[in-house]
Design a protein around this ligand. Structure first.
Ligand code: MN
Length: 721
């Protein structure tokens, strides 16, 4: 516990001319007024105002603010009055203490509209003087630090309020240190087990990486020194809550997060910041997309710094913040730092606060209040402005769902209930039909439509921003992938067997599963469908003799039967009726392709797309027949074609591809896979040669376009031989 004389010494360390008498009087008055009152932990009540004042000395605040901190609970909790405080300490302090009293009773656990009204009252109270807010935040911080003596339900309520209101307010005021500590404490009480597990794991990691952090730090210092830049470099581990939030947002585990450590480079001048940046970027490779220059474009809360990420020493990703010492002060203490860095005369602090930036935000917000006595309008204007990174939406019954900014219908569905998320097929937003991927805006009323999903659109997972929705979709995708793989596996195996005149016999398959390292016939089928086990290996294990047909010929044979009915050689109708017709053995041909028939004695007519390279071999053949498709509208006949698809070699990629083909009315008749190895940092790839049947060239092109859009697909081409 801090003692009063220590407090006075601390104030004097940064304000040599501080009014010691004022501080002493305030202390004695508060001590007398609180008398025998005690805190929940049994300590004398005066320890609380002393600690609150002490927190404010860390921000180097003026003596009026420190005195206010000592007095902040007197009007609320004792028989002290505003006029008494005015007469003893002057109207400036009187007004500050009264401001704090006004916001004492505000609590934010009520409904959203009432919350907005309460927030409005809070901001109006602090509008007169931003120091009211600083004392209030310090008061909340000390209460959070001593929260463990409270009842669990009270701890939760206060922590939630801290997370919802006070931590964002501190952040909005640029007071990063305050925000961090409030968030960490609230996180600990709101998610105790996860907090503990995370802290424990981080301790282990710190132990393992102790040398690493130091060696990266030393390498940075040496590199900067080589360029004549004198800078301090600090390595730090990120806070549990910020890691937790990142894990939630990205749906990752701790092990998957690459940037648990951050480094700060603190220079003397702005020029040195940019020179340090240049030195670092010259020496180490930059990670694209992570560079931000908040020095030339400061954040609204006055935050200035350069952010970049490099592949640094020891090939580790290293996150860097480069800033001057002054910027560092602002980054940690925000609005409170202005009194130190921008003020000559501390007494006139309020006029010295910049009119834009954090304090400007507060002023503008308060100006808005003049016009907004409608709480809902206020909700739009202010609370949402405060929580810029959130959107607030409602269920049809009026329940509020708060989501991160950028959230979509699917996030909303999962936020309501996992089952609703799993079954969500669409929505009505404000009464209008909306796709699952639609982004939500503040105040949207979202009615989720559930139903039987024929399949999950591939863009859903990318559209989801919450960890819960992503995890839910991924879990479903795995189930869906298994189901599709089973279906594909079944059909590939049956197809392969029937080509050899064999039937699917469960017992035969059970006898061979050991050889494939699978536990059941079902597993075997799923793995065939995944492309992990080629059907021909199963045939070999079953000792099915090789048939006379290879896979390619069979698909064009199957086509030839339908071809008789659907393709008419306009001027050679008679000929066509007598000659067997078939499709080009590898590339097939589709309605929409311009087609050429090649008539060969003893073979019949083979139909090629007119741009098939394979036609070259018939250059001198005189039996070229110009052919045209002649299909009746609505004809559902399918024709053979082949695709080459390069995709990530991960479970489910074949299933996704098959689904897209099926979406366009195609069937996969046969396929083979060749590993391509790793390429361009994208992981292992596989090349799939897919023989399929599909109705038209247009359908094939649409399927190819959708395949190209799929995140797992690298390249798609039609096989033309
Ligand atoms: Mn208090």
């Amino acid at each position: 516990m801090v003692r009063h004389y220590e407090l006075v010494e601390r104030v004097q360390s940064y304000l040599p001319d501080a009014d010691e008498d004022l501080l002493n009087k305030a202390y004695i008055y508060a001590m007398q007024k609180h008398g025998t009152q005690t805190r929940a932990d049994g300590a004398p009540y005066i320890t609380h105002p002393l600690e609150v004042a002490n927190i404010l000395t860390e921000m180097h605040l003026d003596e009026a603010t420190i005195a206010t901190a000592l007095l902040h609970d007197t009007i609320e909790d004792t028989d002290a009055t505003r006029s008494e405080i005015d007469s003893r300490f002057g109207p400036e302090i009187g007004k500050l203490v009264e401001g704090l009293t006004k916001i004492q009773g505000i609590n934010f656990e009520s409904k959203q509209v009432a919350q907005a009204e309460n927030l409005r009252r809070l901001l109006l109270a602090v509008a007169e003087d931003v120091r009211v807010l600083l004392v209030k935040l310090a008061d909340r911080l000390h209460n959070m630090r001593t929260l463990d003596v409270m009842r669990p339900d009270k701890r939760k309520r206060i922590s939630q309020e801290t997370m919802d209101i006070y931590a964002p307010l501190a952040g909005r005021m640029g007071m990063q240190d305050m925000r961090d500590e409030l968030e960490e404490l609230a996180f600990q009480y709101l998610h105790g087990e996860r907090h503990e597990a995370l802290v424990h794991r981080l301790q282990e990691l710190t132990e393992e990486n102790r040398d690493l952090v130091e060696s990266v730090r030393q390498a940075l210092i040496a590199e900067l020194a080589d360029h004549g830049i004198e800078a301090e470099v600090y390595g730090r581990q990120k806070r549990p809550y910020s890691i937790f939030r990142k894990m939630q947002r990205k749906g990752l585990s701790l092990e998957q997060l690459s940037d648990l450590y951050g480094f700060r480079v603190i220079t003397q001048t702005v020029d040195e910041c940019y020179r340090a940046l240049g030195a670092v970027h010259t020496r180490w490779q930059i990670v694209p997309g992570r560079f931000k220059d908040y020095i030339s474009a400061p954040k609204q809360n006055d935050y200035r710094s350069i952010h970049t990420t490099i592949i640094g020493p020891e090939k580790r990703r290293v996150e860097l913040q480069i800033r001057t010492r002054e910027m560092h002060g602002v980054a940690e203490r925000g609005v409170a730092s202005h009194s130190v860095y921008k003020d000559v005369d501390v007494g006139s602090k309020r006029t010295s606060l910049s009119s834009d930036g954090a304090y400007g935000w507060l002023r503008q917000t308060i100006d808005l209040l003049d016009g907004g006595d409608n709480p809902e309008e206020f909700l739009e204007n202010t609370k949402l402005e405060l929580f810029l990174d959130q959107v607030f939406c409602f269920t049809p019954k009026g329940m509020l769902i708060a989501l991160p900014k950028g959230a979509t219908v699917i996030d909303f569905a999962y936020a309501v209930h996992t089952r609703i998320g799993d079954e969500c097929v669409g929505a009505r937003v404000n009464g209008n039909p909306a796709p699952v991927t639609q982004r939500l805006r503040n105040g949207d009323e979202v009615h989720i439509i559930t139903g039987q999903r024929s399949h999950k659109a591939l863009s859903w997972e990318t559209a989801a921003v919450t960890g819960k929705a992503r995890a839910g979709l991924r879990r479903q995708a795995r189930t869906d992938d298994d189901r599709r793989s089973r279906m594909i596996g079944q059909s590939l195996l049956r197809h392969a067997l029937s080509k050899r005149g064999r039937e699917f016999v469960q017992e035969d398959l059970e006898a061979i599963i050991d050889g494939f390292g699978v536990h059941s016939v079902d597993d075997l089928i799923v793995q065939i469908g995944d492309g992990r086990i080629p059907p021909r290996k199963v045939l070999a294990a079953l000792e099915v003799p090789e048939g006379r047909d290879d896979a390619n010929a069979s698909s064009s044979d199957a086509g030839s039967v339908r071809l008789r009915n659907s393709v008419k050689a306009r001027s050679y109708a008679a000929l066509q009726e007598q000659m067997p017709l078939r499709f080009a053995p590898i590339c097939g041909a589709l309605p929409g392709d311009r087609i050429i028939g090649i008539m060969e004695p003893g073979v019949g007519i083979t139909v090629y797309p007119s741009d098939a390279p394979g036609l070259a071999q018939f250059e001198d053949n005189e039996f070229w027949i110009d052919m045209q498709w002649d299909l009746s509208p609505g004809d559902e006949t399918v024709f053979p074609a082949s695709l080459i698809v390069d995709a990530s070699d991960v479970p489910g990629s074949l299933a996704s591809i098959a689904e897209i083909v099926a979406d366009h009315g195609g069937n996969i008749a046969d396929l083979s896979m060749t590993p391509l190895g790793a390429s361009g940092g994208l992981g292992q790839s596989v090349r799939m040669a897919i023989n399929l049947e599909i109705a038209t060239l247009k359908a094939l092109n649409n399927a190819m376009n959708d395949l190209r859009d799929h995140p797992l697909v690298r390249q798609v081409s039609r096989r033309m031989e």
